[in-house]
Design a protein around this ligand. Structure first.
Ligand code: SAM
Length: 259
């Protein structure tokens, strides 16, 4: 049974921030979403270069993790924050011709990149207000994007709404150990090495800024316990997490009448 973090108050039905404020980037909270989408729009042509710097291990890992979480042929999937399609293209392969994968993302630049590798339906939208009717999907996925939503509670309630009873939510998120050598090493990699390599490989200041911003949001992200507690508060049952440094996977189910 997950426990609430002693560092953060337990989530309530109201606002649960995905990370501590980072005003030095976007000024004030009201400007955060626009700032993030602009940054993704400007960095979109370089996003896959960054993935390739790591030999596309992340792309392979997403497919491996989705299969392990129960994604099967024939399922109807919603990939939220699809970005350049790293999760959606893996999901499409796993559900096969009898299944269907829908993508949603607020960044037109990222959607354009996704459409080079993903042929399914794509809609512009945000996690907290999904443009879909309820009880539609067997599986809902979100890869490395939870830190960008406005409110974890609102987001998970939306995920619960659009999933069919018995449906699965799968969330892959970056993770940094809170202290010790693991923290120091992750900080060195995400905070220094990756932004530096990104600038060298892409010559793009926005792409480097995106990586700087990544590190700060990862460092300041809501705790694993907060994510687990907020999933349960939204109605999900049996949430689990699995660490695979430098990422953490959350999987939970919407109760079905028989459960
Ligand atoms: C790091 S990319 C992740 C892309 C892909 N899911 C992956 O696994 O590589 C983050 C994506 O989140 C999207 N995003 C930002 N704010 C969002 C929000 N409030 N709701 C949904 N997606 C959002 C961005 O446009 C961007 O495409």
């Amino acid at each position: 049974m997950p426990t609430s973090s002693i560092l953060e108050p337990p989530p309530t039905a109201s606002h649960v921030a995905p990370h501590a404020p980072l005003d030095r980037y976007y000024g004030e909270e009201a400007k955060r979403h626009r700032y993030v989408v602009d940054l993704f729009n400007q960095s979109a042509p370089h996003y896959n270069t960054i993935e390739k710097m790591f030999f596309n291990i992340g792309l392979w890992y997403r497919g491996f993790s989705l299969k392990r979480a129960g994604l099967r042929p024939g399922m109807r999937v919603l990939d939220v924050a699809m970005g350049t399609g790293a999760v959606a293209r893996n999901a499409a392969r796993l559900v096969g011709p009898s299944g269907r994968v829908f993508g949603v993302d607020p960044s037109i630049g990222m959607i354009r990149e996704a459409q080079k590798v993903f042929a399914g339906p794509v809609t512009r939208g945000i996690a907290g207000h999904l443009p879909f009717r309820g009880d539609q999907f067997d599986f809902l996925t979100m890869g490395i994007a939870l830190r960008h939503v406005a409110d974890l509670g609102e987001t998970f309630r939306e995920y619960f709404r659009v999933l069919k009873p018995g449906g699965t939510v799968w969330i892959l998120e970056a993770h940094v150990p809170p202290k010790g050598l693991g923290h120091w090493f992750t900080k060195m990699m995400w905070g220094r090495v990756i932004p530096g390599m990104t600038l060298l490989a892409t010559r793009s200041q926005p792409a480097k800024l995106l990586m700087d911003y990544y590190w700060d949001t990862i460092d300041q992200a809501a705790s694993r316990e907060t994510v687990m507690d907020t999933l349960m508060a939204a109605g999900f049952e049996r949430p689990t997490y699995r660490m695979a440094h430098p990422v953490c996977e959350f999987v939970a189910r919407k109760p079905s009448p028989s459960s």
